[in-house]
Design a binder for this molecule. Structure first.
Ligand SMILES: CC(C)(COP(=O)(O)OP(=O)(O)OC[C@H]1O[C@@H](n2cnc3c(N)ncnc32)[C@H](O)[C@@H]1OP(=O)(O)O)[C@@H](O)C(=O)NCCC(=O)NCCS
Length: 157
């Protein structure tokens, strides 16, 4: 697994081989599924309880394949890669489904279910998640002065 600088807590479940870039924060009780391919870019924050899924087994289930074959056949699992672009924020208990790209500097609201790509600088909320605004409304003039060495993770839990 490529975890560049492990800067997140141990109470997350990481499956497969996600690429997690530097200065990523991953909160408590999250599920990070890299089985179908997952890139989490620099500076992303994933709040507690969020789930990022790059696989799904509904086809195998409704076709009774797991019972028929008596074993897990990976060929019958649907995989699609997910990308969370840099400096995006994933709210608590949000779910990101397989195949989705979250554009950079986006905000995904608490409890949202993201089923389609989200453009950069979006604020997206709801089930399914819809873009309701531009994240640059949250932007601070001082943003460029913050360097990773000055960020304390205890401040952003
Ligand atoms: C997405 C978020 C940042 C939006 O904040 P905001 O810009 O101040 O938005 P507002 O509160 O003005 O809400 C705007 C609209 O979106 C709706 N909305 C806001 N967050 C929502 C959410 N998570 N799910 C569904 N709808 C939401 C509001 O009800 C409101 O709808 P209305 O216009 O019909 O009244 C915020 O609501 C949120 O979900 N933050 C995540 C908090 C979190 O996960 N914290 C974890 C610890 S870091």
């Amino acid at each position: 697994m490529n975890r560049i600088g492990k800067e997140y807590n141990d109470f997350c479940i990481i499956m497969g081989e996600p690429i997690i870039e530097k200065n990523v924060w991953i909160g408590y009780f999250t599920v990070i599924d890299g089985q179908g391919g997952l890139i989490i870019e620099e500076g992303v924050e994933i709040s507690s309880g969020a789930k990022i899924m790059s696989h799904s087994t509904e086809w195998r289930c409704i076709n009774e394949r797991r019972i028929i074959e008596g074993a897990i056949n990976k060929a019958e699992i649907s995989y699609k890669s997910v990308k969370i672009e840099k400096f995006s924020f994933i709210g608590t208990n949000a779910v990101i489904l397989k195949g989705v790209t979250i554009g950079h500097h986006s905000i995904i609201g608490a409890g949202s279910v993201v089923t389609t790509d989200i453009p950069p600088y979006s604020i997206a909320v709801g089930v399914p998640a819809k873009v309701i605004g531009d994240s640059r409304q949250f932007r601070d003039e001082g943003i460029r002065e913050i360097t990773p060495s000055k960020i304390h993770h205890s401040d952003i839990l």
